[in-house]
Write a protein that binds this ligand. Sequence first.
Ligand code: FE
Length: 339
Amino acid sequence: MKLFHIVAVATFSIAAAGAGHAQEKVLNLYSARHYQTDEALYANFTKQTGIKINRIEAGENELLERLKNEGANSPADVFITVDAARLAKADELKLFAPIQSKILEERIPAHLRTKDWFAFSTRARVIVYNKASVKAENVQNYEDLADPKLKGKICVRSGSHPYNLSLGASVLERLGEQKTEEWAKGIVANLARAPKGGDTDQIRSAAAGECGVAIANSYYVARLMRSEKAEDKKVMEAVAVVWPNQKTSGAHINISGGGVLKHAPNKEAAVKFLEYLVSDQAQIYFADGNNEWPVVKGVKTQNSALASLGSFKAEAMNVSALAKNQAVVQKIYDRAGWK
Ligand code: FE
């Protein structure tokens, strides 16, 4: 259970802003990102534009609930979160205002934006395996995870989690409904244990030998790689990382992103903020803050773990495909028993 941790100062400021400090330029940001490094990202925006950021941080579901309840009276200008599944949810609730911005169009590749929301960094969903108990050749593709060869070997978090729904959405887009269901059933049949915990827990379990294969987002791998803790170093010594589907569709890519809210009182500042997020400097902050990759071409991260993970073939699927397939995938997972 994630606590609703409001940035205390921000709550006061948002209330005050609503009470008529019209001359002060502000941006009210609802964020489901909680990374230390984002502080510098926000401070730099204020320095560049003079626009003060009032930020409310909470879990995605809490923020969506809050936005729904606030309705037309919401002080929020921008909503940012991670995973296309969650942005799709916000979009379904019709929370976003469509934005036209030359800068966003030019800087963000077409497949990483919709008219309502935009990606600012990318992550890959990768396969991690225990080098002692699993052969690399058996875990090269997402499809391999359904192969009976891996019976009793797979550790993965809940099928209802956005990360797995988006992965399924990508499989569905490529292979169709029937094959996706067979795939999901194959994974369930191969589970080492009932799904529990987050991606890092799966990697740890694979390293400990509780299972042989874990599915995890790339930044969790990078985080463990950068860790100074002896136990984490041991974990990373026991496992290897696979970029899946390198000979076919490429690794499934998801995003972190956001959009301008329909009832934004400070729409101009909101667009400015999104445009700022695709500036070179912000891209580095934004992506490195969570060990992700920038969406803007040519911007280099300064991240040793990402550098040592190297380059790979990424799936160039449109994020709106990931969004539209969510509901069908959830039904498929339910039928397959991926709890
Ligand atoms: Fe995550």
